[in-house]
Design a protein around this ligand. Structure first.
Ligand SMILES: C[S@@+](CC[C@H](N)C(=O)[O-])C[C@H]1O[C@@H](n2cnc3c(N)ncnc32)[C@H](O)[C@@H]1O
Length: 322
């Protein structure tokens, strides 16, 4: 809580502090920040993991994780298959079938058992300070929460990601949200860099539909994955995705000076993923401190006009450079 030095009427003439909401938000600077040069140095420096970095293996992730060195990844972004018969439904997603890569792989086994298995393997490859962001639709949320509990991971946040449209329905509400669980291997040690003063557990981020681009129908927006990476890892860290799909995690990691590793069962995705990864240069979307401050200030200005008025009156500059 930041308080102003405004003197309020009080009989003894003592200086009492008046609370002005939003001041802390306007002055906020993250605890940890690396300049683009420092971030690049960390990215190009000694690897943070014995795993072969910037690699995607086209195989089943459960077998693959069993062969990975234990405690080798800094952060996990996992968007497992939906557990619904997705193929054939592309038309309801308003997508051109010719542009959807074939054989999106659904799971053959029972969803609960599959979830239990991959999450148990995942827990082993996470470093003690690592966290995992696991995406789930509401239909299998129970399985994912159970898998997390059985694997020994602790739920730190239950985030709702809201997007702008869902599949049209006739006799029920249209689903336009996802669940994102933030799970920690050790709830007392996990890494979290609060780069915003007041980061909410509801994310309002639109899905982008880009006409004419090849896709597998399930791609996450880069912005959503970048948010996970920027809050929960450092430059040069290894970000692991057991279900790479179109390679969004790899692209997001590379674009903000992080390394990546992952699995994808569908070999047909390889050329599409490689093209996407090659299309970005390392660090191209890394957020500078000024940009971070500007974003925070814009939000705070909208929410706390009184704090803006107070600082302006006091002659305090409110901009990203101050
Ligand atoms: C929901 S999609 C991931 C989409 C991804 N987040 C993106 O933005 O492109 C799930 C992916 O997991 C793959 N998959 C399914 N079972 C798998 C397994 N056992 N091991 C590795 N990949 C698997 C599917 O082929 C599919 O591409």
């Amino acid at each position: 809580m930041v308080q102003s030095d405004v003197k309020e009427g009080n009989p003894k003439g003592k200086r009492r502090r008046k609370y002005i909401p939003g001041l802390a938000c306007l002055k906020f600077v993250p605890d940890e920040y690396w300049s683009p040069e420092e971030a690049q140095r960390l990215y190009e420096g000694p690897p943070h993991s014995p795993v072969r970095q910037d690699t995607i293996c086209f195989e089943d992730c459960i077998g693959g994780m069993e062969r990975m060195p234990p405690e080798s990844v800094d952060l996990v972004v996992a968007d497992p298959p939906f557990g619904i018969d997705f193929s054939g439904k592309e038309s309801v997603y308003n997508r051109n079938g010719d542009l959807v890569v074939d054989s999106y792989h659904e799971i053959d086994a029972d969803y609960g058992e599959f979830t239990e298995q991959w999450m148990a393997s995942l827990q082993k490859v996470m470093k003690p300070h690592a966290t995992a962001y696991v995406f789930s639709g509401w239909n299998h949320l129970e399985d994912v929460l159970r898998g997390a509990r059985l694997s020994g991971l602790t739920t730190i946040n239950h985030i709702i990601w809201k997007y702008q449209f869902g599949v049209f329905t006739k006799k029920k509400y249209v689903t336009s949200h996802y669940h994102v669980l933030l799970l920690a291997k050790d709830p007392n040690k996990y890494y979290f860099n609060k780069i915003e003063h007041y980061p909410l557990d509801v994310w309002d981020i639109n899905r982008k539909y880009k006409a004419g681009e090849v896709k597998n129908g399930t791609t996450l927006p880069l912005e959503v994955v970048r948010q996970c990476i920027e809050f929960s890892s450092k430059p040069g860290d290894l970000v692991f995705d057991p279900f790479m799909g179109m390679g969004t995690t790899a692209v997001a990691a590379k674009s903000v000076w992080r390394r990546f590793f992952g699995f994808e069962r569908n070999e047909l995705m390889q050329p599409v993923i490689e093209e996407r990864i090659d299309s970005v240069t390392p660090g191209q979307d890394y957020t500078t401190l000024q940009e971070l401050r500007r974003k925070n200030i814009e939000k705070a200005k909208e929410k706390y006009p009184l704090a803006v008025k107070y600082l302006t009156k006091a002659g305090v500059r409110i901009d990203a450079e101050s």
